[in-house]
Design a protein around this ligand. Structure first.
Ligand code: SAM
Ligand code: SF4
Ligand code: SF4
Length: 339
């Protein structure tokens, strides 16, 4: 199957959120005191997720990333991984987790056929972790990471860098990743819906991150990777590879082949989209897979999203969607649509 959207982009990657719940409260994602959760009965079952992934795989999607909320809060997640891993059309099956429950599940995930793993880790300092996430589970995250490093040959560590919060940890995070055979990716703080405390002056730009790394390590060599990957990767003079995801200052919408599926079956063609297409209702109503595929293909062909580019072009850029609006529509939240 080969079709592209209005900007010539194919549909190749799907991020599947398996829950909107989370066991952390990261400042840049869930800073509010209370949240409205998706009703449990509305969540797609594993069987329903597999049926939808089958439709997407038939349309050319070969990369699946499980995410959330915190995906390891979803009971028996390795069962879903096993079902998805049986689909030989998928060349990449990966998971993004905050690591809190990873030590308990890493082995089962590997055995179920998970190919790669990304762990979010913004700080190596327990006190700072508590300030950033409101929880005291830092040691559990490090245990999870260590278990994952033993089991997975491809491990990534994602760190959102915020000025005055953790921007003094670039070098320690590079060294921690190196010691665990992992690749660290520094992510610019994004003004996604949910980031209700976002402010332009807390963003540490790609340019500044690279400049600080070069000041410490010497010249970085840009790696010539696939243009479809969100991270720009660089090799340090000593051989370690790092990535930078510059969604805020240098968006990459022009090469975006990604879509997202919320835990209750809303399909979103952009991280910044304010609406999506409900796939759960037709699925539960018994719509044949070919018809679901036709709907998805039609919507993708019409797609012209470039949310991060539009945000970057906004001279008066501030909070994208205020907390009061988010309370009435949890589908807008980053923790509902998956990172
Ligand atoms: N809970 C899991 C985790 O944290 O890895 C998976 C879901 S989380 C929404 C996915 C990714 O989104 C995380 O790496 C997180 O750091 C990132 N993220 C959330 N809010 C962000 C923001 N405002 N700017 C940049 N990245 C953000
Ligand atoms: Fe943090 Fe991920 Fe939870 Fe958001 S979903 S609060 S980024 S752990
Ligand atoms: Fe893709 Fe939308 Fe993100 Fe741009 S903002 S890279 S179009 S998901």
């Amino acid at each position: 199957m080969s079709f592209v959207d209005q900007l010539g982009r194919p549909l190749r990657s799907l991020r599947v959120s398996v829950t909107d719940r989370c066991n952390l409260r990261c400042q840049y994602c869930m800073p509010e005191a209370e949240y409205v959760w998706l009703p449990r009965e509305g969540l797609l079952s594993f069987e329903e997720i597999v049926r939808l992934v089958d439709v997407f795989a038939g349309l050319g999607v070969d990369k699946i990333r499980l995410t959330g909320g915190e995906p390891l809060l979803r009971r028996n997640l390795p069962d879903l991984v096993r079902l998805l891993a049986a689909d030989r059309r998928l060349t990449d099956l990966t998971l993004t987790t905050n690591g809190v429950l990873l030590a308990d599940h890493a082995e089962a995930l590997r055995a179920a056929g998970l190919m790669r793993l990304t762990v979010s880790l913004d700080t190596l300092q327990p006190d700072r972790f508590r300030t950033l996430t409101r929880l005291t589970t830092h040691a559990r995250v490090l245990e999870g990471l260590e278990a994952a490093a033993r089991l997975f040959s491809t491990l990534k560590i994602d760190s959102v860098i915020m000025r005055g919060v953790n921007d003094d940890e670039l070098i320690p995070l590079v060294e921690y990743a190196r010691a665990h055979h992992a690749e660290v990716r520094f992510i610019e703080y994004m003004d996604v819906a949910g980031a209700t405390q976002w402010a332009a002056d807390t963003v540490v730009s790609r340019a500044e991150i690279l400049q600080r790394l070069e000041a410490h390590y010497g010249p970085l060599e840009p790696l010539d990777d696939s243009v479809w990957a969100p991270a720009d990767r660089f090799r340090l003079p000593d051989g370690a590879v790092i990535g930078v995801i510059a969604s805020t200052t240098n968006p990459f919408c022009g090469t975006c082949d990604r879509a997202r599926l919320t835990a209750d079956g809303l399909w979103l063609t952009c991280l910044y989209a304010t609406d999506g297409i409900d796939l759960r209702a037709p699925l539960r109503a018994g719509t044949p897979p070919a018809e679901l595929a036709a709907r998805v293909e039609q919507a993708w062909r019409a797609r012209s999203d470039r949310g991060a580019e539009l945000r970057a072009a906004d001279r008066k850029r501030g909070i994208y969607i205020p907390a009061s609006t988010l309370k009435g529509n949890s589908h807008l939240e980053m923790h509902t649509r998956g990172g």
